[in-house]
Design a protein around this ligand. Structure first.
Ligand SMILES: Cc1cc2nc3c(=O)[nH]c(=O)nc-3n(C[C@H](O)[C@H](O)[C@H](O)COP(=O)(O)OP(=O)(O)OC[C@H]3O[C@@H](n4cnc5c(N)ncnc54)[C@H](O)[C@@H]3O)c2cc1C
Length: 207
């Protein structure tokens, strides 16, 4: 992972000589046409180190790059009649936690379980939605918090992480020690919210 004040480049080896990369830039939304995209990408990340430059230099065509805004779908009603939404269609969030694909697969597993065991379709879908809501909302909240961290100026980001990290870990251990329900319960997970005060932006763990 390569990071500066408002940008991130991740390089992920995929085996067999292939590398997948994602690049995130926090700025007002813009449209980037396919033509000339590769050159603009190289220029935008020109200040990054040699590994990133080597990767971008190995790209050959504009259409190797997919560019879009991060979409956000708040969790609402995910089913109606015989139609049910899973994955990003139901609860897309920023990719900062790297959990969106996992959430789609978990949705599929839980939906299959509920359809297999439910007495009625309506009951199965209601139970599916109830089981998934806290989990996907937690992922969305954490993902947003990481995005907000990333948007902080680098000095504030470092201070915020230093101040909140230890406390968040302690809170998580405290909640975990007192909770007897299964993994996936929101009580087992730490959380950051970003708040601002007159002395600057700081991050606090939410309870
Ligand atoms: C940069 C980035 C990095 C990410 N990294 C991770 C990660 O490390 N780990 C992780 O778990 N998740 C990650 N995610 C999130 C993950 O990619 C998504 O959450 C996941 O792909 C959602 O799966 P889905 O099946 O719900 O939707 P999609 O993957 O979007 O699949 C929907 C499919 O439907 C097709 N479609 C759309 N409209 C129609 C139509 N009208 N007719 C027929 N087909 C149609 C689309 O072409 C697409 O193939 C990342 C996302 C991004 C953007």
């Amino acid at each position: 992972m390569h990071v500066d004040d408002v940008r991130i480049v991740g390089l992920v080896t995929m085996g067999d000589g292939h590398t997948y990369s994602f690049a995130i830039s926090i700025e007002p939304q813009f449209h980037d046409p396919v033509e000339g995209r590769l050159e603009r990408l190289r220029a935008r990340f020109a200040g990054f180190g040699p590994r990133v430059q080597e990767y971008f230099a190995a790209l050959e065509r504009d259409d190797q790059i997919i560019c879009s805004a991060m979409e956000w779908v708040p969790v609402g009603k995910v089913y109606s009649g015989r139609v049910v939404l899973v994955g990003d269609a139901a609860h897309a969030s920023s990719p900062m936690l790297g959990q969106g694909g996992c959430m789609a697969m978990e949705d599929a597993c839980v939906l299959a379980e509920e359809l297999r065991s439910g007495a009625t379709l309506e009951g199965a879908l209601a139970s599916f939605a109830k089981r998934r809501k806290p989990r996907v909302e937690w992922v969305q909240q954490e993902s947003l918090a990481v995005t907000q961290f990333q948007a902080l100026p680098i000095g504030s980001r470092t201070i915020a992480l230093r101040e909140s990290g230890d406390r968040a870990t302690r809170d998580q251990q405290w909640r975990h020690a007192r909770c007897s329900c299964s993994a996936g319960c929101p009580n087992h997970q730490s959380s950051f919210n970003i708040t601002s005060d007159r002395t600057g932006t700081r991050a606090v763990p939410s309870l």
